[in-house]
Design a protein around this ligand. Structure first.
Ligand code: ATP
Ligand code: MG
Length: 311
């Protein structure tokens, strides 16, 4: 069984209940929902049968327990998630615009998530680590660059590889060093899981397929490109293919990219072909958008089998 280690944030999410509802006037929010992009990824990888661990910080509060209970129940090793006594678990508030876009307010760098330091990157977590998965959306505190580099060094010492989702968040790019750090981690990754928007950041003005191929000029072995309702594409040095999406009615897109990426990685590490891994990733992403809540759309292998049989 392949071992995947994630480093990043755990959060709870509070979701606006009405489309068009904004943050400048009172409204009803539903939650707390377990969230945090690396948490969604690692939960889905665990559901797919991988051996998983997440390194993160949570508050010693019921929001933290809300996320940790979920991860534990799905088989994630949460022993490297530190409970910080004096701050609350991170929170994301999300509102849905009438045009389908989303607005977020994050309490992340100023919450327990922002307390992650080099000391949290315990060598023991990397015993037998095949893949370290990290994401550009986790660069919310000044020390995250050093944290990520240490995790990568320990992974490489264990013979493991880096999986990186640039997951570019414009609000985080203004932080000093973050844009360069995203480029550095992209250049050091073995597996790359970008979206089209991420490629537009990395290679402005370049067509997504050309940009994905450019990524293969570096050490990356393959690129799994997430294209929303258009499905996904896969690139390696032998060629590329497009994998069509499953036709579903989108209810909530949050978390689909993490869920699809985790499914792709877990399937590939299990020895499935890139085609099979991409098909299953698209099935998982499609299921994810049909369910409300960032981690609520994660699925089990039997659900993916049923989805594949239905098509
Ligand atoms: P984010 O960063 O916003 O979490 P992402 O851009 O990384 O998302 P997406 O491309 O939105 O990831 O979604 C991942 C996968 O989920 C897609 O490759 C696709 O297979 C599937 N998917 C997403 N949206 C839809 C949709 N509306 N219909 C069917 N499948 C979808
Ligand atoms: Mg993404």
């Amino acid at each position: 069984m392949a071992r995947i280690v994630g480093v990043g944030e755990v959060l709870v999410e509070m979701m606006a209940t009405a489309p068009g509802q904004g943050f400048r006037a009172p409204g009803l929010f539903a939650g707390p929902y377990p969230s945090g992009a690396p948490a969604i990824f690692i939960d889905q990888a665990a559901r797919m049968g991988a051996s998983t661990a997440l390194i993160a910080c949570a508050g010693d509060d019921d929001f933290g327990r809300c996320v940790l209970d979920r991860l534990r129940a799905n088989g994630v090793d949460i022993s490297h998630i530190r409970a910080v006594p004096d701050v609350a678990t991170g929170i994301a508030f999300v509102c849905y615009r009438a045009d389908g876009g989303r607005d977020f307010i994050f309490h992340m760098g100023n919450a327990a998530a922002g307390r992650l330091t080099m000391d949290d990157i315990a060598p023991a977590a990397f015993d037998g680590c095949d893949v370290l998965h990290i994401m550009g959306s986790s660069l919310f505190a000044p020390e995250m660059g050093a944290v990520m580099r240490r995790a990568l060094a320990l992974t490489q010492a264990a013979g493991g590889k880096l999986s990186f989702d640039p997951n570019v968040r414009l609000e985080l790019l203004t932080r000093p060093g973050n844009a360069d750090l995203i480029r550095e981690l992209t250049a050091r990754a073995h597996y790359l899981l970008p979206s089209e928007a991420d490629l537009a950041f990395l290679f402005p003005g370049m067509a997504p397929d050309d940009a994905a191929r450019r990524l293969l000029d570096g050490p990356a072995a393959c690129v799994f490109l997430k294209r929303g309702a258009a499905g996904s594409s896969y690139f390696d040095r032998n060629g590329s293919f497009d994998m069509p999406a499953f036709a579903v009615t989108e209810v909530d897109p949050t978390g689909a990219g993490d869920c699809a990426g985790a499914t792709f990685m877990a399937c590939l590490l299990e020895g499935r072909t890139p085609q099979d891994a991409a098909r299953r990733a698209n099935a998982a992403g499609a299921l994810a958008v049909t369910r409300r809540g960032p981690m609520e759309g994660n699925s089990m292998p039997a659900e993916l089998d049923a989805m594949l049989e239905g098509h």
